[in-house]
Write a protein that binds this ligand. Structure first.
Ligand SMILES: Nc1ncnc2c1ncn2[C@@H]1O[C@H](COP(=O)(O)OP(=O)(O)OP(=O)(O)O)[C@@H](O)[C@H]1O
Ligand SMILES: [Mg+2]
Length: 422
């Protein structure tokens, strides 16, 4: 626990491995509220024990204390005195979140003064528990989340292809590059195509083991872990990508992915997720925190069919997200397989951006190990990709963009940078 607690437990004894999390709660209803939140955080639901503070003191007197401890004070007659008994058995640095039924500001202040990190009033609410645990994690790693941090505008963008090979990864890496290098935002590109992803490859980088490690050990995912796991394409652009072996497929559960996504959003201004559509379909909860979805398609019959299905899926599972439809590889001359007008009629919405087929620059980008937006600077395809990134990032702007130091101010500057060469 935090100062001013006296910590004299286990002086001279071997330090046992510490669990990331453990809870001691008095009633079944609280257990049920905690379970899904704890699982989402990547911890085991088995770490939620029945029995309140007394059980916590008994258990922790003979075992290592966890990094984050939740303890129920409902059964305590004198919470402050009982909390001192807990201090005697807790190891230094343990973050303790207490909960109870007493709604009293005086008690709340006294508990915080005695080193408790937070006090939650029962009955618990999932969102409040989640926030408190995130704060505890941040405090654990010395980066306590402040009100200012929480207000920090950020955007989580999922880029999903209606079909394979339509250019989803090309669009995702380009949006990420524009956000980082031209809009000056701290950006992460998360490539969730774990086995066949090209997130790192498209920037001529080795993916490293960061993402694989993160998904194999979800309990370890925190801001510090992410800092080590990412591969830096530049000062502002971080890549999290993998080339997991295909002979021993990495089994990932949706909770780990969700937790990873959550952690990235806390650490970066913009998180651009290259999200394979099958993964999204199998784990729709990955879309719950997404503010922007970019659906990439080409103008073919099969893609029209799948765009219809994907848009309907998104309206069900990401109702609050802004969805943009991008047609890629649109031939500069001649008719595409399905004309734009017919495509729009069949998917019952307009296409937001048309990206031209530009084989010459796509090949050059691959050879240079650069995003298409960077490699093709000055061309129509790069200008449209930058325009897309601007639109996506404009949702971060809080002040309407009148201020020239605002994001929209920067976007206007960018427009002048992007004079299209013929
Ligand atoms: N506008 C474009 N013009 C020409 N080539 C393009 C364009 N966009 C993407 N490509 C090329 O199409 C190929 C497939 O692109 P990409 O890997 O981005 O597709 P994807 O949809 O992510 O594929 P997958 O379904 O395998 O993940 C790449 O060789 C890429 O360079
Ligand atoms: Mg791809």
């Amino acid at each position: 626990m935090n100062a001013p607690w006296s910590m004299n437990k286990r002086a001279g004894t071997a330090v046992a491995a510490r669990d990331a999390f453990c809870a001691f709660v008095c009633d079944e209803a609280t257990v049920e509220i905690l379970k899904p939140v704890v699982t989402d955080m990547g911890w085991q639901a088995e770490k939620i024990h029945k029995g309140g503070l007394r059980n916590a003191v008994q258990t922790l007197s003979v075992s290592a204390s966890p990094q984050i401890l939740m303890v129920d004070l409902t059964d305590c007659h004198d919470p402050l005195t009982d909390i001192n008994a807990l201090a005697e058995v807790c190891e230094p640095g343990t973050i303790v979140i207490a909960m109870g039924e007493i709604n009293d500001v005086g008690l709340y202040r006294d508990l915080l003064a005695s080193g408790i990190h937070d006090y939650l009033l029962k009955p618990l609410h999932s969102e409040i528990v989640r926030d408190s645990l995130h704060n505890a994690q941040a405090a654990l790693h010395g980066s306590k989340v402040t009100a200012q941090d929480e207000a920090r505008p950020h955007v989580a963008v999922a880029v999903i292809g209606a079909r394979g090979g339509v250019g989803t990864s090309t669009v995702a890496s380009s949006i990420a590059w524009v956000c980082a290098e031209q809009l000056d935002r701290k950006t992460a590109l998360l490539d969730l195509d774990i086995h066949f992803g090209v997130g790192a490859l498209s920037f001529d980088l080795e993916p490293g083991r960061g993402l694989t490690d993160a998904l194999e050990n979800p309990g370890r995912i925190d801001s510090l872990f992410i800092e080590r796991a990412i591969v830096k394409a530049s000062e502002k652009l971080a890549i999290l990508s993998a080339e997991a072996p295909i002979n021993a497929p990495l089994l990932t559960d949706g909770a780990a992915l969700h937790h990873l996504q959550d952690q990235l959003v806390q650490s970066f201004d913009a998180v651009i997720i290259d999200l394979p559509r099958l993964l999204a379909v199998q784990n729709p909860h990955l879309l719950t925190e997404i503010s922007e979805v970019v659906v990439v398609t080409d103008l073919t019959l099969a893609a029209a069919r799948d765009t219809i299905r994907l848009l309907s899926f998104l309206s069900m599972h990401a109702p609050a997200a802004k969805v943009r439809l991008i047609a890629n590889k649109v031939p500069a001359q001649g008719q595409p397989e399905v004309a734009r007008k017919d495509f729009e009629a069949s998917v019952e919405r307009t296409i937001d951006i048309m990206l031209p087929l530009d084989a010459k620059h796509a090949v050059a980008a691959a050879k240079q190990g650069k995003s298409l937006a960077q490699s093709a600077t000055g061309t129509k395809v790069a200008a449209e990709l930058a325009h897309l990134a601007q639109q996506v990032m404009a949702s971060m702007s809080e002040d309407g963009g009148t201020n020239e130091h605002s994001l929209l101010g920067k976007l206007k500057d960018l427009k002048s940078l992007l004079a299209i060469k013929k």
